[in-house]
Structure formats: structure tokens, C-alpha cells
Design a protein around this ligand. Sequence first.
Ligand SMILES: C[S@@+](CC[C@H](N)C(=O)[O-])C[C@H]1O[C@@H](n2cnc3c(N)ncnc32)[C@H](O)[C@@H]1O
Length: 351
Amino acid sequence: MELSGVPETLLGNLGRRAAAARAGVLDDPLAIRVVDRLDYDFTDTTRGARLHALRVATFDMAVRRFLISHPAGTVVALGEGLETQFWRVDNGQVRWLTVDVPETIELRRLLLPDGPRRSSHCGSALDLEWVASLNPADKVLVTAQGLLPYFQRDQVYTLIAALAERLPGSLLVFDVVPVAMLNVVRRGSGRERDLAVELWSWLFDPDERATIRAIPGVDELRDLAPPLSLGVASLGIAAITRLPIGLRYLLPVISILQARFRTVSANESGMQASSQGARMTPLKESRQSTLPVLRESRCATRLERDRRNLPIGGCLRPGSWLARIPLPVGRARPDAVRDPEVHEHPRDREQ
Ligand SMILES: C[S@@+](CC[C@H](N)C(=O)[O-])C[C@H]1O[C@@H](n2cnc3c(N)ncnc32)[C@H](O)[C@@H]1O
């Protein structure tokens, strides 16, 4: 099996995690085992492994924090590639949904098969069909590690707006590439450099941050720092996250942000359902002009199979009916717990 385009980029991240694990800065023996099973030259990916480990630790910390509030919550990992985060953060109760494109899911299922609390959805993160496999009562954290920079700006906005609308009260943790980072990468060489220069599309700056913050339903947007216990580099990155927004993204550093989507009260949710029929329209139909839909979703997830009684290996028809099942938009999530450690910095609100 050969990977190309954006799916090929998962190998670099996997290689860096394995290198970080070998160096003892990331507890991820499974990443090493996966690398050892692949016929690919990972030599180049050892560069930057320690910095990458900080990024990974930041995502892990966000997931662990979410699981403290919601031990049986659901993590949806968009564009998860061959990430082994489930095994790093598993608390014995979390449910996990991986969403990735067919060629990647095929490889992932060979190397990291689905399990009792882990399922995979084969299809684009952008088509939102995966939302149908979530239980409306689930507490949800969505991650997009190394994914959004490959999308067009409008795709990012549409995806975030759709998540805010379909998953009120949930969190989205994602990383962003500032223009300065692309400029540094451009000066490098090698396959990873070529892929980044060719494929990075959505670059981040203060205006992009303001636009994301203004998307309806985005209640809070915060830069996350790695655990400070990870040494001088983590202190440096933490300091960058406290810089004024105008300076923060001038540095060639990949930032990680967390968006919290507004929780809709039971009252509001009732009013919306009765007075805003349009908001109940399934997203795929209401945003057809802007949401690119992957029409070849070949494989149903285990969760979908369980809920819809589909046969194992069953296929979703192009333009699947699953996406047309309306979810209760703006449903009540009165018990959503605010994470005391993840407040928006007052300075961020002002700018
Ligand atoms: C840079 S890799 C990141 C992989 C993983 N998150 C990590 O950090 O190791 C990008 C991932 O996005 C996936 N991808 C590309 N387009 C996608 C889409 N439209 N929907 C979901 N995943 C996508 C690729 O298959 C690949 O797994």
C-alpha cells in the first residue's frame, strides 16, 4: 500500500513520535512498534522529534483534562492517521472515533484495528457524516492534529461553524501553522518540506484567529501550552502563548488552540426547534454549496453498524442516508462542566 498527498504526511508525525519515544521524551511504545512494521525510511523524521513531543503532549493534556470532567466522554480524532493517542490517554472508559480518508483508514485498520471502545469512520472530516455515529447525549471533544492547515480557509470556517452548530457544548482542539513557519520550512529540503510547501493551505495569523473567534457558537478560543514539566522548551512555548495576539503568531511555531462551543440551554434549544426549522436542516443539505462531500465513503464504522444494524464491512451509499438523519441541533447540555484551567485570557477577549 502506498500513501501520497496529505495521507503521506502522517508518516512524518508518526516517525517523530516514535523517535521521541525512543529518546524517552514521550511514553509511546506503540508508535515504535507501528514504525517497525512499516517499510518506509523514517530517518529524516527524527529531526524535530523533541519539539513534536511537546505538541503531542499539549494535545494529550487537553484530552486528559476533558476526561477528568467526562471520564466516559467521546473523543473524535479527525485526520488521526496512525496516531496512538488513545493508548497514551486511555482511562478505561473513553470512547474513541477516528475519522480519516479511505486510504489512511485502510492502513490504520491493518496496524491499529478497531477495538471495543475504538471505532473508525472512513470518510472526510468535512462531510460531517461521522456526526451521525455519535450519541446525542455524548460529551464530545474533537481533535484535529495536523489537519486543518491542509484545508482551504473556507473549508476550515465551514467545518468549525458546523461543529459549533451540531455539537454544542463540545470542544475542538486543533493546531495551526503561521506564515513564518512556512517560510522556515521553505528554506529546508527533503520530502516533508516539499509536501508542506505544496499542501499547507490555511495559514494562521491574528486575523484568522479573530475570524474563528467570531464564528457563531464559538464561545471561547484559547491557545494551549504544553505541560511545563517538559523542560525549557515547554516554558518557552508557554511564554509565546501569553504574548499579545499581534506578536504571538509572528514566530515560526505551530500553535495549538482550543475552541469551546456554546452550550445551548434547554429553553433555547426548544425555541430553536420550534421557531427555526431551517436550523434543523441536516448540515449536508443546508451547506451543500460550501461543504465538499466525499462521496465514496466505503466503510461503515463499528458504531454506525451497531446503531443502524449494518452488516460488517457494509457500505454507505454515495451521499449516504446517514447524513440525512437530523440531529437535535442546539440540544440541551446543562451539565457541561467548565474546565477551570481553560479560560480565555482576558487579553484575548479584548483584541
Ligand atoms: C499530517 S497527518 C496527521 C496525522 C495525525 N493526526 C498525526 O498527528 O499523526 C494528516 C492526516 O489527515 C488525513 N486527512 C487528509 N484529508 C482528510 C480529510 N478530508 N478528512 C479527514 N482526514 C483527512 C490524512 O489521511 C492524514 O492522516
